[in-house]
Design a protein around this ligand. Structure first.
Ligand code: NAD
Length: 258
């Protein structure tokens, strides 16, 4: 058994630009021989992805616009994927969104709208896309999502997104239980802080990175490649006994007490 994904097709959702964690995942899957299908929220991300995809080893990628806030978009996208690509073997959900003004200060000030928005895009969307992707995963496979320690513990300024990640992590377990009988595994990667467009929205993000450099067992922040390689493991048969798991790729920071 090895890490080859030759002959397999994976959907990668959430590449906005070359700093996106989803792009680190796409590169790792591509190197292992996978065919990739990209979905993006806005046209601008679409043109970025198409340019980035020219640098991949496999030149047979497909691209679809899909706003995960829309059930109609999800249904349309996954029917098109079924029609154009046939069977898919996995999906990487790398999507989150919250209002910038709710990613700082006191959590108690979170608005109803802001709370529901973060839950909708960052948590519920996993269930919605898993349901749609299941239709094309007739050979079984692997679904992964990205979470953060702020879903398990209080991390200053993470606030509304912490509540969304807690919901996402619970969804991973329920989805793993539902989809296990179809041979589909569902896992989360809890990534350490990485400088991306989304991360820029969190107040004082640089001090979180500094903390990792000072306190984590490995004394360095993780990067897109670290997460990409773990995603490759979770997509491959090497992890075939693992489901419902939340795998921390954070230089070990989550084990530190004080
Ligand atoms: P990113 O900004 O590159 O990616 C976020 C993606 O979400 C973008 O591509 C954006 O277009 C997409 N998105 C937002 N709303 C959408 C919608 N309605 N429909 C479809 N797509 C939508 O940032 P990233 O840091 O690579 O984030 C990817 C995932 O990793 C997120 O779930 C994030 O919470 C998680 N994560 C990030 C870090 C970090 O420090 N960067 C750490 C742990 C987990």
């Amino acid at each position: 058994m090895n890490l080859s994904l030759e002959g397999r097709t994976y959907v990668v959702m959430g590449v906005a630009n070359k700093r996106s964690i989803a792009w680190g995942i796409a590169q790792a899957l591509d190197k292992a021989g996978a065919r990739l299908i990209f979905t993006y929220a806005r046209e601008r991300s679409g043109s970025n992805i198409k340019k980035l995809a020219e640098t991949l080893e496999n030149k047979n990628s497909l691209f679809y616009q899909c706003d995960v806030a829309s059930d109609e978009d999800i249904e349309k996208t996954f029917s098109a994927i079924k029609e154009d690509a046939g069977v898919i073997h996995g999906l990487a959900h790398c999507i989150a969104f919250a209002k910038t003004e709710e990613l700082g200060g006191e959590f108690i000030k979170t608005t109803r709208d802001g709370f529901l928005l973060a839950q909708n895009i960052s948590a519920y969307s996993l269930t919605a896309v898993a349901k749609a992707a299941r239709e094309s995963m007739s050979e079984g496979g692997s679904i992964i999502t990205l979470t953060y320690l702020g879903g398990e513990r209080v991390v200053r300024n993470y606030n509304v997104m912490g509540a969304a990640k807690a919901s996402l992590e619970a969804s991973v377990k329920y989805l793993a239980n539902d989809l296990g009988k179809d041979g589909i595994r569902v896992n989360a990667i809890s990534a350490g802080p990485i400088k991306t467009v989304s991360a820029k929205g969190i107040s004082d993000f640089n001090s979180v990175i500094k903390m990792i450099e000072e306190k984590s067992p490995l004394r360095r922040p993780v990067d897109q490649e670290d997460v990409g390689n773990t995603a490759l493991f979770l997509m491959s048969d090497l992890s075939k006994g693992i489901t419902g798991e939340n795998l921390h790729v954070d230089s070990g920071y989550h084990i530190i007490g004080m």
